[in-house]
Structure formats: structure tokens, C-alpha cells
Design a protein around this ligand. Structure first.
Ligand SMILES: C[S@@+](CC[C@H](N)C(=O)[O-])C[C@H]1O[C@@H](n2cnc3c(N)ncnc32)[C@H](O)[C@@H]1O
Length: 333
């Protein structure tokens, strides 16, 4: 193999030239020798500031990058390799995998491979049950690494302590939380119904000049985590309530500039009460799971059924091939 041979002080210039002209043979590593360096070349070529030689030694091969596929290629069949999970969710230091049934017998070695190649991961789990029940909890099974289902997640400038099975949380909706928080104006009074362990109230508290943020959550574990997270993030304008929105909200007199309703499954049941507690001209963020072909019809229905105007509809997650998590930003009339 040909090499470009130069003094160490000219190495950077030569390296840049080789990269620019696609001459550097990336499969091998350069070799240093007494104040000089040899760069492996893809082909013979003239290189400024370097001499072209054919060294007697062999260039060392570049170590192959570790991937899940490379680690498993002798342990799974080609068919099984094709079934490896395509999407993963990273919650704090826990990686959540969806393992197809056909790979269940190999799930431990698959998890070990993910643990090896994914940065900042201490635990690998698989989903055993999708979000269900009133608290919208999921089931997970630990497959590799540290035996814990509790972690601290970082997003949008907040720290969030949570338990994967005892509280609802989705790392995938981080952008939606930021989108909502970007709309919050100075001195707004905000209510987050269905607050879980507190990601949305925290993102709003950390990133806006809202005056007060109120939140309500029914799940006692999620409520406890919200209290911890308030402390962890040193937030002072977040007022956290534990109980059912249906019991708590009708007792309140205060009205809000903005109400978020992140409960797509049954959230609309609570829309009449949200409208009552929202100031005229205020904004409600209503979530729903919908087929994308039904969106325009839904906008017309909501505009007709309630005293609101749909300002926009935003896709903020995918549930199944045509079904999306949609946020309707509503203006109260
Ligand atoms: C889809 S999760 C969203 C949690 C959180 N906002 C988040 O994004 O991580 C919905 C939450 O609403 C809570 N919830 C369900 N029904 C409720 C009700 N009637 N009153 C208060 N909270 C409720 C559930 O316990 C769950 O934590």
C-alpha cells in the first residue's frame, strides 16, 4: 500500500489534504516513526508537503466499530438479526426495548449487546405491557445491567426522577413539552391537568416567566415523584395537587391563561370543566389519539361542540401506522 510520508509538524496539513481529496485509506491507522508519520493511501497520488513511498511494514487495521449487529452476528441467524428492535426509548440511564416474540429466547444476549454499545446506559429493559389503566402505566422486565426501574432523566433543562412502572413517562414527547412551553407568556397562570411526575410543569417552570403553575395528578406514586422533582429542580412557583381533576377543579375559583390536558385516551371528558376554568381568550392544549385521515373532521366537530376555536393541530407522536398523538391548541371564546 502507498503512503504519504511527512514530518509531524506538517501532519495536520497533509491529513486535511488527504481527507479533502478522499485519498486517506480509512480502514487503516497512520504510523508514527521518529518525528515523521506515514498516512495510508487509497491510491498513489501527488500530495503537497509529503513524499509518496511504499513502506515495508503493514499498516495496523482500524478496529471495527462495535454495533449491536456486529456483536450478535455469530449468535443470531440472519433472519433474527433483521428482527432486532428498530426503535428504542432512552429514559435516564434505562434503555427500553421492544423485543419481538420471535426473539424472546435470545432477549438476554440482545440486551447485553445494547448495554455494551449504548452510551450512558446502565440498565436494559423490555416492554411487557403497553400503557394501560387509569394511571397509564406500562410493564417492563429487566434484561441486563443494574437491577433498577428508577432513574433520573434529563431534558429541556430539567431533571426528572421517576420509576418506569409506577409513573407514566415518555421521553419521546420532550419536543411537544418544549413547543407548549414556548407559547407561555410572562405572568401567565398555567394549569397542567394529569401532571404525572411533573415533566410539563417543570419544563414550563424552568423555561418561561409564568407566574404560577398548578398541577393535578391522581396516581399517588407519580404525585410523590412530582414533589421530589420540584425540590430537585428548585422550583418555587409550582403548586402540586394530588387527586382527581373531576373532584379538585370544580372547587377552585381561580381561572387560568393556559390549561394543558396531556391525557390523550380520555382527556376530552374533562374539556367542559377546563373551558370553565380557562379565561376568555386563554389557551387549552387538548390531546387525542387520532387517525390522520380524521383530523379535519375532528377540528370541525370540536369547533361546533364547544365554545372554542381550534387554532392548530399538531402531530406529536405516533401510536400505530396511521394513528397519531395529536395536540389541538384551542382558544377559549
Ligand atoms: C398520559 S399520562 C401523562 C403524564 C404526564 N403529563 C407526562 O407527560 O409524563 C396521564 C396522567 O394522568 C393521570 N390521570 C388520569 N386520570 C386522572 C384524573 N381523573 N385526575 C388526575 N389525574 C389523572 C394518570 O395517573 C397519568 O399520570
Amino acid at each position: 500500500m502507498y503512503a504519504a510520508y511527512t514530518e509531524l509538524k506538517k501532519a495536520e496539513k497533509v491529513k486535511l489534504y488527504l481527507a479533502k481529496h478522499n485519498l486517506f485509506n480509512q480502514d487503516f491507522l497512520p504510523v508514527r516513526e521518529l518525528g515523521h508519520i506515514y498516512f495510508p493511501l487509497r491510491k498513489r497520488a501527488k500530495v503537497p508537503h509529503a513524499e509518496i513511498t511504499k513502506p515495508k511494514f503493514k499498516f495496523p487495521q482500524k478496529p471495527l466499530k462495535l454495533t449491536v449487529e456486529s456483536l450478535l452476528k455469530n449468535k443470531l441467524t440472519t433472519k433474527q438479526l433483521k428482527l432486532l428492535p428498530k426503535s428504542q426509548e432512552l429514559v435516564g440511564t434505562i434503555l427500553v426495548l421492544e423485543i419481538p416474540e420471535e426473539l424472546e429466547k435470545k432477549e438476554k444476549i440482545i440486551a447485553e449487546a445494547y448495554l455494551k454499545v449504548t452510551h450512558h446506559v446502565n440498565t436494559v429493559v423490555k416492554k411487557t405491557k403497553i400503557h394501560h389503566g387509569q394511571f397509564r402505566l406500562r410493564g417492563v422486565k429487566i434484561l441486563a445491567g443494574k437491577r433498577t426501574k428508577e432513574t433520573t432523566h434529563y431534558e429541556n433543562g430539567i431533571k426528572l426522577q421517576l420509576h418506569l412502572e409506577k409513573t407514566y413517562f415518555s421521553a419521546r414527547t420532550a419536543n411537544e413539552r418544549l413547543r407548549v412551553s414556548k407559547q407561555v407568556k410572562k405572568n401567565e397562570q398555567v394549569l397542567v391537568m394529569f401532571a404525572g411526575c411533573g415533566p410539563l410543569p417543570l419544563v414550563i417552570a424552568k423555561n418561561t416567566e409564568a407566574k404560577d403553575i398548578y398541577s393535578i395528578e391522581l396516581n399517588p406514586f407519580a404525585h410523590q415523584y412530582a414533589l421530589k422533582n420540584e425540590e430537585l429542580n428548585k422550583i418555587h412557583n409550582w403548586h402540586i395537587f394530588h387527586g382527581d381533576v373531576k373532584d379538585i377543579l370544580p372547587k377552585w375559583k381561580r381561572k387560568f391563561n393556559r390549561i394543558a390536558m396531556p391525557l390523550p385516551k380520555t382527556g376530552e371528558e374533562f374539556l367542559p370543566i377546563a373551558i370553565k376554568r380557562c379565561k376568555k381568550g386563554g389557551i387549552i392544549h387538548l390531546y387525542a389519539f387520532l387517525n390522520e385521515n380524521d383530523l379535519s373532521k375532528e377540528v370541525r366537530r370540536i369547533n361546533k361542540a364547544y365554545s372554542v376555536k381550534v387554532l392548530r393541530k399538531v402531530k406529536c407522536g405516533q401510536f400505530s401506522p396511521n394513528v397519531y398523538r395529536i395536540c389541538f391548541d384551542l382558544k377559549v371564546l
